[in-house]
Design a protein around this ligand. Sequence first.
Ligand SMILES: Nc1ncnc2c1ncn2[C@@H]1O[C@H](COP(=O)(O)OP(=O)(O)OP(=O)(O)O)[C@@H](O)[C@H]1O
Length: 565
Amino acid sequence: MQTKAVMKKNPSFRLSILLNLIEGLISGCNFIAIYGAIQLLWSDSMDFKSILILTAFVAGIFILRLIIYSVGYTKGQIGGAMVSKNIRLFLGDKLKRIPLSRFTKTQTGTYINGTTADVNNYENILTHKIGDILKNIVLMLMVIVYISTKHLPSGMVLLAAFLLLIPALALSFLCVRIYGNKKNIISVENVSSITEYITGIQTMRAYGFGGEKNKTVTNAMKDYSDISFVYELVVIPIGVGFNILQWLTFPLVILLSGRACLQGVIPVADFVMLSLIPLFICRLNGTLFIDLTSYKNLMISKKRIADIIEEKEEIANNNDFSPTSYEIEFDGVNFSYVEGESVLKNISFVAKDKKLTAIVGASGSGKSTILNLLSKYYTPHNGSIKIGGLPIDSIASEKVLSYISQVDQDVFLFNDSVKNNIRYARPTATDDEIIEACKLANCHDFIMNMPQGYDTPVGENGNRLSGGERQRLSISRAILKNSPIILLDEATASLDIENELAVKQAIVNLLNAERTVIMIAHTLSVIKNADNIIVIDNGQVVEQGTHEELLENKEKYYSMWNVGE
Ligand SMILES: Nc1ncnc2c1ncn2[C@@H]1O[C@H](COP(=O)(O)OP(=O)(O)OP(=O)(O)O)[C@@H](O)[C@H]1O
């Protein structure tokens, strides 16, 4: 339903269609001029005056066509570009409303193609294809009607040639449906594998499987050229067969009109013109066949754009969300990323307001998933999550996230300056506030050692920074955002000792302010003083309490602590 509104044509586009139709009609008048010239020649009545009249007629048609074509072309370009601009803006905005779970389930190529190449293809349909096709159909019909008035049997032969387009297009459309869709799937795989190759190139080279992965990319490209080749291979014979049948009209019209001329049914001038017309009609039919087949092919792009437009969106209602406390409660929460593979099983716990709650557990036990649900990146299958006693399920994620700062293991940095990367956390922050946050996050010194200080570009995804530096920048963002809830995925274990100490100090500074903190801890010593420690095992809460209580329990936490010590 939304598709119609987003792809709505505008008056400029509609005017260009009308002008294209008129241009098609006017082009047909050229045949009247040609007929006039043949008649003049044959009747032996050619003089300078009649040549002048003929020239003026042809020049008049030319000027009129030129004006209509220029206005129609300009309006078509403007109208088509306006439609595609609407689509591009809508898709850009839509991406932020598509639930995160869709991006993990769908190939990246679907969205990259759908928002770029497919929109370009659709723009091409609007700005070129539709106008040309309609103009040629009108011109064709006009010529057929005109010829029929001269000699009906010849007109009927030309009409039959035109109608041959129907079975020929039925076959070519079938090929487009079969191979066009296959081509689409392969193209999406192609784009996805190239994206993966480029983003993961460092890891691949580091582990020496760049060559292996490169084969996946080249294979995907080869698959694409193979399917394009097969597609051409099946469409070409249809086009050739259609053209052969078309050209049969040439002798047929000569035979029919020649006989009529000999019988005195039509004048010689008519016969001369009728014998020339099939040359033109056959070419025009050939162009229409190619244009309509490629139109159908490009229309696959329209369907793919529509699929993204109609994708289910996150709840975006305007329900007010103003919790007065920031206690977090999970009650009987179940969740799985993949159907049937349960990740969280009946999770219930309370993270008290302004207290530090730690989550510990083996790798893959579901710790990050708990934070992902709280940030509304995913929706629990059942159970409820509340902040300050208010359920978050019917609240727009942007509103919930405005109360949350998240410090993840994977820090995403934009290809921008250090300062701007931190400012994303609070766009209104002053430079002084950014510097203050960086001092608390232990990053001020290393930033000042960079060539342009806070204005130094961090490179694509911050590839000029070390892991510890990236983590500290992420902490500075959280400090700057100054939100009442902090979700922290502590991952200092992989850092060198100097970076580990710097990150730990930054975390201490972050936790100093009174906030509700949920912290995933990979090293237990960091959370010894936590107000509550939740132990997760295989997606379930198996224990909770303070460090001392859990040690006394002598259960899971006790053995984890002893292994760690
Ligand atoms: N986007 C996803 N799609 C499918 N499965 C996922 C996804 N993210 C995580 N999982 C699976 O969910 C389970 C829990 O993952 P999660 O990241 O929550 O564990 P974790 O305890 O935080 O692990 P770690 O300590 O290693 O970060 C794992 O089995 C993981 O493979």
